[in-house]
Design a protein around this ligand. Sequence first.
Ligand code: ADP
Ligand code: AMP
Length: 233
Amino acid sequence: METSGLAPNARPSAKLDRAVIFLGPPGAGKGTQAKELARKYGVPHLSTGDMLRENIAKGKPLGAKAKPLMERGELVPDSLVLKMVAARIEQPDCAHGFVFDGFPRTVAQAQYLGEMLKQHGYRQPLVIHFAIDPGLLMRRITGRRMCKVGGEIYNIFDRPPRVAGKCDNDGGGLEQRQDDREEVVGPRLQAYQKQTAPLVAYYRRLGRLREVDAAKSVDEVARRVLEVVDGAR
Ligand code: ADP
Ligand code: AMP
């Protein structure tokens, strides 16, 4: 789901003008924070997971290729994801920056993104690492529910909606993602450790990495994210 409407606490005078990457394991809170940061700056929230789910929902060929892999908790091949991202960041609404959530997920994706950003005249990305004890992730992932209409993210244990099963924003029904069931969590975390965690060292070496303690409350994490983004201008 993409979020580009301006929030009441938006920062219309401050321009993001860069790619911000939220890097961290599934369930760390990237989507929750990416929606918030994107709203504040009035830029798109680019979740490759959401884009792939949209392709599945619309019955697109890309969705058909991605679906069995996603259901097993495996990554979708770089070639498919990169084509999808390249097309997306060429859209005019990306001209003043964007927030990536769940991309890049492999070193090859990160290298290709670096090239794409250069080609489009962007600065190199600011990468925010959501550091968290893996022991917290099962509760966050299995408790996650998403609004079918606007994509708002809830947690039945820790961030429930006001009315059970209904989105606070638009009254849409809440659903559990197929891959948020307990049996798929293990493979997803393994894929993260093996294929995505090396990006922490990759971006640290490039001097692009900033750390956020993702175990803190949503408000505290949001404050720290803003501090990092504003401090990096
Ligand atoms: P990710 O995009 O990294 O997979 P989400 O933003 O979807 O993670 O969050 C995963 C789950 O954890 C959701 O149910 C969300 O409501 C909940 N959550 C997000 N941030 C926090 C937090 N700081 N504290 C407690 N729960 C959180
Ligand atoms: P997410 O919504 O970020 O948790 O992603 C859900 C699933 O979509 C992942 O488990 C992968 O199967 C797939 N996916 C999302 N983003 C990527 C990516 N950048 N590279 C490969 N697969 C991805």
